[in-house]
Design a protein around this ligand. Structure first.
Ligand code: SF4
Ligand code: SF4
Length: 416
């Protein structure tokens, strides 16, 4: 195999190449990296620090393999982009961002998977138009096998059921007078096509507060594309979403999110990917439903009716941590009268990483302590992340919902 020109690789790594040299090999990242603490990760370069050492070796010309080599790329697969390491790294290495660029070099032919992932938003939209058929098919034995063969999603995963889209429901809705202004809901796929009831509750609630809710033209958040190293595709999705959302922000609306991936994409990923003014303006005008509730509380527009001082487990999802929403969620849950038991442990799912056949077992190993603890405690659980909720529900068999679901029935809207 001919080694590629270093310049080609350097070009693909771009500004992140300098992060390779920032690493001082302290290993702090290993202590928080979910995949660096498993039965496999003490071998080879399967730890977070190991991946950095490997990259330093490559750029020092002491590694005889190309970064495109299958074995090297397999090591990179052990980073699922949770971003837990960013905060702890004393040298400021943007580890996941760097690894996504290295994954870009993967030349393994994965045409069908790549096609499906690049078009997953459109495909899910199509499935949601025929929910009964889609659910029958995807929950059938043959549907699961096809999903495994084409996208690599393990047949042991129960794909979440489809519903008619939230977007469609919002657009058919009669608008109120909206004296408080307009909110453009950037929904992302899970709430848009699967957990539609949660989205409806959010819309109905903010309408009661006096907002108009619209569903602007939008694509999926695209975080999944970054994690797969499909940087150009992620760039295109980011560009399209920002163009659509920028126009609506210019007309005076704020962007509302309820998914941590959607919030993270708009707040951090898109400005970092696009580096332009429009994405920065969209970012500045994005608010999560939990922040909106806190603002309403601080302005005296809502209060909480506390029936009981209930105990609730708060699971810190990786994306919620990375987006900085943790303190707001904790605060609003406590204001709503919950006595929180916090578990800051990764469940192992990593978006769709843990759903992949090749990662399924290791994903369960990562989450095992969390599942056992949740079974032992046997209390309801809240987690902001959609895929964490799937993983926890399937493996700890507990009631697990979005924080908004635990709050909404306790909110009292004050008269103006
Ligand atoms: S925490 Fe940062 S500096 Fe330390 S080993 Fe990890 S990447 Fe390198
Ligand atoms: S982003 Fe997560 S999985 Fe990747 S190296 Fe950092 S801690 Fe590990």
């Amino acid at each position: 195999m001919t080694l590629p020109e270093p310049s080609e690789i350097e070009r693909k790594l771009g500004e992140y190449l300098e992060d390779v040299w920032k690493c001082i090999r302290c290993g702090f990242c290993n202590s928080v990296c979910p995949t660096s603490n498993t039965s496999r990760s003490y071998m080879s370069s399967l730890t977070s620090r190991g991946r950095l050492i490997l990259l330093q070796a490559y750029f020092s010309n002491i590694l005889s393999k190309s970064l495109k080599d299958e074995e090297i790329q397999e090591l990179m697969e052990y980073c699922f982009g949770c971003r837990r390491c960013i905060e702890i790294c004393p040298a400021g290495v943007r580890i996941p961002n760097l690894i996504w660029r290295v994954k870009q070099l993967n030349e393994k032919p994965r045409y069908l998977r790549k096609f499906i992932l690049t078009h997953y938003g459109e495909l899910l939209r199509l499935f949601s138009k025929f929910p009964r058929f889609s659910n029958l098919f995807l929950h059938s034995h043959i549907g699961k096998i096809l999903l495994e063969l084409t996208v690599g999603v393990s047949r042991r995963i129960d794909f979440p059921s489809f519903n008619y889209s939230l977007e469609g429901w919002i657009n058919k809705r009669r608008r109120n007078n909206g004296f408080r202004g307009r909110l453009a809901y950037f929904i992302d796929v899970f709430t848009n096509y699967h957990e539609v009831e949660l989205g409806k509750k959010i819309v109905e609630f903010v309408e009661k507060l006096g907002y108009i809710v619209v569903a602007p033209p939008q694509r999926e958040a695209g975080t999944l594309l970054l994690e797969e190293g499909l940087i150009e595709e992620a760039y295109r999705v980011a560009k399209e979403n920002v163009e659509n959302l920028y126009d609506i922000v210019q007309s005076g609306a704020k962007i509302l999110t309820s998914s941590p991936a959607a919030y993270l994409a708009l707040k951090k990923d898109y400005p970092e990917l696009l580096g332009d003014t429009k994405s920065r303006i969209v970012s500045e005008n994005t608010i999560d439903i939990i922040q909106l509730l806190l603002n309403e509380y601080e302005d005296g527009r809502i209060d909480f009716e506390i029936p009981l001082y209930d105990r609730l487990v708060y699971h810190h999802s990786c994306f919620t941590k990375a987006s900085g929403l943790t303190k707001d969620i904790r605060r609003i849950l406590m204001l709503a009268g919950y006595n929180l038991l916090e578990l800051d442990v990764c469940c192992g799912i990593g978006g769709i990483w843990g759903m992949n056949k090749s990662n399924y077992e290791i994903s369960l190993e990562i989450g095992l302590d969390l599942f056992n603890e949740l079974k032992r405690i046997n209390l309801p659980v809240t987690s902001q992340s959609e895929t964490c909720r799937i993983q926890i529900k399937n493996n700890a068999l507990v009631d697990v919902r979005h924080p908004f679901s635990f709050i909404v029935d306790r909110v009292k809207i004050n008269k103006e």
